[in-house]
Design a protein around this ligand. Structure first.
Ligand code: G1P
Length: 292
């Protein structure tokens, strides 16, 4: 019987440079898909997966993200007074989504460093990681799909999908134990390469922002030296983890993944969510059909 996964770490300390100039004043995680900021979707996914506590890793300059999850009494009072009950519920929902904790990352030294910044809030327990650049729309929440693999196998699990060769250099890429395994939707890896050149990528399966780690990962992160991009990369902990006798499983989750690290991904997400929103879908579809 595996230990229960109760906590998820969401790194949210970066500068959001790809969205400048907007991110000069709006934190990347607060940019919306329709009327909800990215961070809301990520927390919802964690909660729908059965997670009890969300640890946001933020920099001291991003404390405002917390405001989104805190009570705004003045706004609630106004909405109540003017009888806007539907909006009041929407606002209240954001205060009660989950238990939110924060960990401060003073310097942005890479994903491995961001995860390690939450070490004090993780006991000797398995935990999940959700990255804000990857929004995943699926029937079963993506994190939950990974958690099921963990509960069945007891191994660390990486959420992967196939990525076209031209884009592979943006990601951590799986090296399957056996090349044929890369055709399966679940396989053990012998390693992973961070942001390889297309011709050097060991497969087309890239990690897309969802991870489950066994408790042994945290102490290993402390020992890592900067690697690719001069960053402390979490993939560099995989080899030492496997040397300890652990398997790492790459699992192809089901769902549509939007790359919210890119403008195209953001626009696609907004279009798809709009076309599924019963209040606005007809108007948007008509607009697209008549204009293009
Ligand atoms: C990070 C990870 C990379 C992973 C990617 C998923 O890269 O280092 O292994 O594939 O997220 O979005 P970043 O996008 O932070 O450069």
């Amino acid at each position: 019987m595996q230990k229960k996964i109760k906590k998820v770490i969401i790194p949210a300390a970066g500068w959001g440079t790809r969205f400048l100039p907007l991110t000069k004043v709006v934190h990347k995680e607060l940019i919306p898909v329709l009327n909800k900021p990215i961070i809301h979707f990520l927390v919802e996914e964690a909660v729908a997966s059965g997670i009890e506590e969300i640890i946001l890793v933020i920099s001291p300059r991003k404390l405002e993200i917390l405001k989104y999850f805190n009570v705004n009494s003045e706004l609630e009072h106004q909405l109540k007074k003017s009888g806007k009950i539907e909006f009041l519920h929407k606002v209240k929902e954001t205060n009660s989504l989950a238990k939110i904790s924060i960990a401060i990352q003073n310097e942005q030294l890479g994903l491995g460093h961001a995860i390690f910044s939450a070490a004090d809030l993780i006991d000797n327990e398995p935990f999940g990681v959700i990255l804000g650049d990857d929004l995943i729309k699926s029937k079963v929440p993506a994190l939950k799909q990974l958690m099921e693999v963990y509960y069945r196998t007891g191994n660390s699990v990486l959420g992967v999908q196939s990525i076209p060769k031209k884009d592979i250099s943006k990601y951590g890429v799986m090296n399957p134990k056996n090349q044929l395994d890369a055709l399966k939707n679940e396989f053990a890896i012998k390693g992973a390469v961070e942001k390889p050149k297309p011709e050097e990528a060991p497969s087309d399966k890239a990690i897309l922002g969802r991870y489950i780690f066994t408790p042994e990962l945290m102490p290993l992160l402390r020992t890592l030296k900067p690697g690719v991009g001069n960053e402390i990369n979490v993939v560099d902990a995989f080899e030492p983890l496997m040397k300890m006798g652990q398997e790492i499983i790459a699992f192809t989750f089901k769902g549509t993944r939007y790359d919210l690290g890119s403008m195209e991904g953001f626009v696609k997400a907004n279009i798809d969510y709009a076309l599924e929103d019963e209040l606005i879908n007809e108007t948007i579809l008509n607009h697209i059909k008549t204009k293009y």
